[in-house]
Design a protein around this ligand. Sequence first.
Ligand code: ADP
Ligand code: MG
Length: 408
Amino acid sequence: MRHFERKQNLFLNKDALGESYQPDQIEERDEEIEEYMDALQPVIDGWEPNNIFLYGNTGVGKTAVTDFLLDQLQSDIEQYDDINFTVITLNCKTLTSSYQVAVALVNKLRPHGGEISTTGYPQQAVFEKLFQELDKIGGTILIVLDEIDSIGSQDDLLYELPRARANDKLDGTKVGVIGISNDFKFRDHLDPRVQDTLCEREIQFPPYDATELESILQSRSEVAIVDDGIEQGVLGLCAALAARDSGSARQALDLLRLAGEVAENQDADKIKITHVEAAREKLEQKRIEQGMRELTSHGRLALLAVISKTAKNEAPCRTKAVYREYMSLCESADIDPLAQRSLHNHLSDLRMLGILSSNENRSGSRGNYYSYELDVPFSSAIDAMSDVMVLEQEIQTIRDIAQMNNVL
Ligand code: ADP
Ligand code: MG
């Protein structure tokens, strides 16, 4: 008996919907591209590069546009013999200080045995090594520091690197820095000197709207999915859902890929609206689970209390009522309950995570109070709870009550 068999194949190239795929074509970013090209123009003219700072939420095309334009620049520059041009790209996601970024850059530039250890040198010594390595390459160098916001306030390198030439640290090498940040606050918190140098040119990438996302999905699906593999309206739905939530192309592409997987698992001949809906629920559930994993046991109990009130058709409900429910869950779980005020903090955290939503109600002389309800589908919430919690019996009871009340 065979264990594996090929499924109905809806994907031409599934990787084209994945993280590492580089599109040949950028949709809907003409203005940003124009601004970006203008900022890069000095490179091809042989002048010192601008330092450029790019910002926008995750998934709005910062990395894709940068890769695309720098590839283009690299190939267009070949027609000029007098420019020796190098791009160095570093993703800083896991690096939390200038020091670590500088070490990573040095080690990228001397990969064969010359690597330096990640601790133990004075910071300035690492910077000097970096300048030496850059001078060895010479010519014009653009250093792309992607997801640079992870270095937080330890931003010295972002001052030193763009100013190295002016400060005679470099021997004629022309260095420009492209900093990319998912977090605009990062820019505001930079040292003002760093802001002046690094943010010479600033380009903002706004979230995509549904129309833009649909055109990105359209062009990507031509590479990724077989002809006639998509039912009418599917791309529009993926685009609308992602636009409403984040405006992220990554989210829209993830949704389409997962919908395709659902469709294949059901041996469907097309990706249909129902597959997108199923995919959305799965993604939602993953998000909630991720959020829940980060919760303390009291945070989880607070959430379970709201879930339980929802099952009883008693949501939205006030903190006080959630608290009573929480107390009784604590008792079942044999955990000492927190005070109502602390529970309130947990409820706020859950709201920040997008798992709960709250309304502020004014009640005249007695001041304002909040009422809470689930901001995610009941079924996703309770399923995620069963995965992370041990209160099996209580969770089953809540399911039964929900079923009785037609909540589930
Ligand atoms: P960011 O770096 O802003 O987080 P990315 O550049 O990684 O976002 O984009 C996320 C995904 O969406 C990638 O797969 C990328 O190829 C795709 N993408 C984003 N914007 C566009 C666009 N304008 N045209 C085509 N694909 C895009
Ligand atoms: Mg990126």
